[in-house]
Design a protein around this ligand. Structure first.
Ligand SMILES: Cc1cc2nc3c(=O)[nH]c(=O)nc-3n(C[C@H](O)[C@H](O)[C@H](O)COP(=O)(O)O)c2cc1C
Length: 457
């Protein structure tokens, strides 16, 4: 575990990220996501609350698996409409000094050279506060938006991602020396060309000449985040990621996954302390326990089962919402129709209404706490002790309500226990995670081998 714990806000440049239906809540401002003031106000609030970073998820396709089309996702605002996450960052950086910005970008559809420059630009403009959540993307519609008939096969997506990162490390770490820019007016030399080199990458998926177009930024390589859960995904994370999102259905599960990631990291020469682990947490805080419970019930009431079904792409295969709520699973089974074949995950006596309520439950994972600041801090303390996790992505129900409640009720409690910072230390996002003096990739990271042009050819 890390002390202080790491806390990010789980965000997306969209109306409905993961708490579906709550755009209808009277105190929710999500519909203002197209307004820059929404984002700058959020950035200031997060910095007042001493958050580590805002973590921006992203998808580049519509959820169209449910009922064979995007209609439900559109109606329920399930990650559509959505806008580009990267473009928010300069505005949020302009009104803050310390907050980190982690944005999701896929390795599957756009070639690496342009992204290398975009990421370097963001690391310059934020003064080393940029992190990249590496994803390989999972929506079939995303593939069709980028000229493919369907998603690439899972193994190939990761294979391509490895090479994508390799190209980026060459550009970020190897192409320019730190002292390449000399700005020598007397001799009329801006950049010493002997300190900049092409990368001449020629691989299975990419051919990139270089040199990188951006001069080195504070971190060079942005802090790498990743959330692979398959074996291939975990190996990818253990190789490249500096912070890994882990999943699980119990504390023991989390403990095992966290140990597994560290073990895999050690196999590729990355010591335990060089990979942080994070998970999303549902924390619903109130002045009193009753007030918090009331809030949680209200969120549950306003949740949209169809929104969750659309997000899951159909999930169980049964179109639950097409049946009256009192229908029993046994009734669907007895029809023998298409839906009957996909009822096995439910007990026969369960009604459609129960199953739909189950879909909207947000107390599934173990990182769920509703109550006063003390209740929630107690829970967090025990989770951390039992799993060894380094921090959390706070799930939002209303914006800015969820953050305001967390900052007002939970942060002071965590601070008195020494689990939350009292003030920011200066430094880059990477230094926030790994300590002062480590603005760049650690020497055990595979990207570091290209430093100074070594290993490029
Ligand atoms: C906390 C968390 C955030 C994620 N955010 C995104 C995202 O924003 N965009 C995306 O395409 N995938 C996202 N994913 C999915 C992962 O990138 C990955 O595809 C998934 O965990 C399955 O792992 P696997 O590909 O190794 O099977 C996220 C996963 C988790 C656990």
């Amino acid at each position: 575990m890390s002390v202080p714990l790491l806390f990010n806000l789980f965000e997306m440049n969209t109306v409905g990220h993961i708490s579906h239906g709550l755009w209808t809540h009277p105190h929710n401002n999500r519909h203002r996501y197209t307004d820059l003031d929404f984002w700058t106000a959020e950035a200031k609030l997060l910095e007042e609350g001493l958050f580590d970073a805002v973590f921006l998820a992203d998808v580049i396709g519509a959820y169209d698996g449910y009922r064979d089309g995007p209609e439900t996702a559109l109606r329920e605002a399930v990650q559509i409409p959505n806008n580009d996450p990267l473009l928010l960052i300069p505005a949020m950086a302009a009104v803050t000094k310390h907050l980190g910005f982690v944005a999701t970008f896929s390795t599957t559809y756009e070639p690496p050279f342009a992204f290398a420059r975009r990421a370097s630009t963001l690391d310059h403009l934020t003064k080393g506060r940029f992190g990249w959540n590496v994803v390989t993307s999972y929506l079939p519609n995303a593939a069709r938006n980028f000229g493919l008939d369907d998603e690439l096969d899972h193994a190939e997506r990761y294979d391509r991602a490895h090479e994508y990162l390799d190209v980026l490390y060459k550009l970020w770490e190897g192409s320019w020396d730190d002292d390449a820019v000399v700005r020598d007016v007397a001799n009329r030399v801006y950049t010493d060309s002997s300190k900049v080199r092409p990368i001449d990458h020629a691989g299975k998926y990419f051919r990139v000449a270089g040199p990188h177009l951006s001069e080195p930024s504070l971190q060079r390589t942005p802090v790498i985040y990743q959330a692979g859960s398959s074996t291939t995904g975990r190996d990818f994370a253990a190789t490249h990621a500096e912070a890994v999102f882990v999943g699980g259905s119990s504390l023991e599960d989390f403990r095992n996954t966290i140990d597994d990631i560290h073990r895999r990291g050690e196999v590729v020469g990355r010591p335990r302390g060089s990979i942080k682990t994070l998970a999303s947490a549902v924390l619903i805080a109130g002045r009193t326990r009753e007030a918090a419970q009331e809030k949680a019930k209200e969120f549950e009431r306003m949740s949209s089962a169809e929104g969750y079904l659309a997000h899951a792409g159909g999930g169980s295969g049964i179109d639950l919402a097409a049946y009256p709520p009192e229908t029993r699973i046994s009734d669907i089974r007895s029809t023998g129709g298409r839906d009957a074949a996909t009822t096995s995950r439910y007990a026969p006596g369960v009604t459609v209404g129960d199953a739909l309520r189950d879909v909207t439950r947000f107390d599934r994972g173990p990182f769920y706490a509703v109550g006063t600041g003390t209740d929630i801090a107690d829970a967090i303390e025990s989770w951390v002790e039992k799993t060894g996790i380094d921090g959390f992505n706070l799930r939002q129900f209303t914006s800015p309500g969820t953050v305001e409640d967390f900052v007002e009720y939970v942060v002071p409690e965590l601070q008195t226990r020494g689990l939350y910072r009292l003030a920011y230390e200066p430094g880059t996002l990477r230094e926030r995670l790994f300590g002062a003096g480590i603005p760049r990739l650690q020497s055990t990271h595979p990207g570091a081998r290209y430093r100074g042009g070594a290993a490029l050819f």
